[in-house]
Ligand binder design. Sequence first.
Ligand code: FAD
Ligand code: EPU
Length: 349
Amino acid sequence: MYKKKSCKYSLKKLNTFNINIKACKIVKVKDLKQLCLLWNEYKKKKFPCIILGEGSNVLFLKNFYGLVIINRIKGMYIIESKKYWHLHINSGENWHKLVKFTIKNKIYGLENLALIPGCVGSAPIQNIGAYGSSIQDFCKYVDIIDPISKKIRRINKEKCNFKYRDSIFKYSYKNYIIISIGLSLSKKWIPNLNYNDLKKLKYNNVTPKIIFNYICNIRKKKIPHPKIHGNAGSFFKNPIISPILGLKLLKIFSDMPFTLEKNNFKLSAGWLIDKCKFKGYIRNGVMVYSKQSLVIINKFNNSSGIDILKLAIKIYNTVGKKFGIWLEPEIKIIGNYGEINPCVFFKKK
Ligand code: FAD
Ligand code: EPU
């Protein structure tokens, strides 16, 4: 069994909130064999084990009394068919580097997903998305391994249950690790300019590189670089509510931005948070970012995970009471022994 005092290795540089918590053991793994060996060794000793990519979607509350594996299993294989590029990418590759590589090599389609932090293997878990695209538009399969039995399974796209910031990997295959993914990118490129922020681009003379640069620029203006102010992108998901509640709110707030998702209203959590006057609010060094209220920042990079959680709960309660909408956190919360169900902290009042 692990000892609390042996928890001495800092994860500060390995999570984008820049929280200075410690783990008993941190190992960067470069191949599958090393990963399975370590996982088995520590599970046998009854250590909790987690795997991280770049720690850009996690909030550590306390020291982690176990093994943290940092996935750096790299490699990519590309094959070409008449109409598609087929990419098989190992899970420890960096997502943004992949996007840049494809565009440089005239393989187009991923440009709307530029500058999203994290590893390729984490991308299908919450079905990463931005600027009108999401990984489900390109993903063909996700390969997973049970590190104990070393059994590998291929989950085809149809079985991944991709939805907005959601997939089967949030609920099933909990003992599995994602080892690689398959993407198919069409050789016939059609620009995706549907997102509001992209409306200024002209369909006829736009190129993937123009979209890529344009999106990188917007993103840099809206979300601070985690090295400057720790953050994990959007803290909450945008809520999807019934048409009845949507229409009721529209009568009161005629300026409320929304999009329709299969007749339901998808609202902007950032707008709801703004309406509760949180933009720029700061407490204990934790701030609601002034250019994007959905992003909670560790302004001076010396706040704790609990400070961040406290502000998130305050936002959750205030928005819930004002609008009757109870936001759902997008990030994963991690405690002494592993992931904690957010319902423990975020409870309707
Ligand atoms: P981590 O934070 O390391 O891990 C996330 C979870 O996945 C953890 O529970 C971890 O245990 C698990 N996990 C990691 N790797 C594996 C694996 N191989 N097998 C099984 N489980 C694994 N997201 C968007 O969708 N769109 C955005 O526009 C966006 N913008 C962002 C901007 C910023 C500045 C930041 C910091 C984050 C943003 N995010 C965005 C969130 C984040 O980039 C994504 O969720 C990303 O996919 C997380 O990757 P990661 O490797 O850092 O995952
Ligand atoms: N808005 C406000 N105030 C704010 C922020 C937004 O009123 O402070 C309103 C505005 O009306 C704005 C609209 O919300 O036009 C949409 O804002 P934005 O384009 O910044 O996107 P978002 O809905 O806040 C989502 C994703 C981001 C993703 C962007 C771009 C979620 C939870 N967040 O944010 O993803 O990059 O769209 O597509 O879906 C992430 O998941 O971590 C993330 C950063």
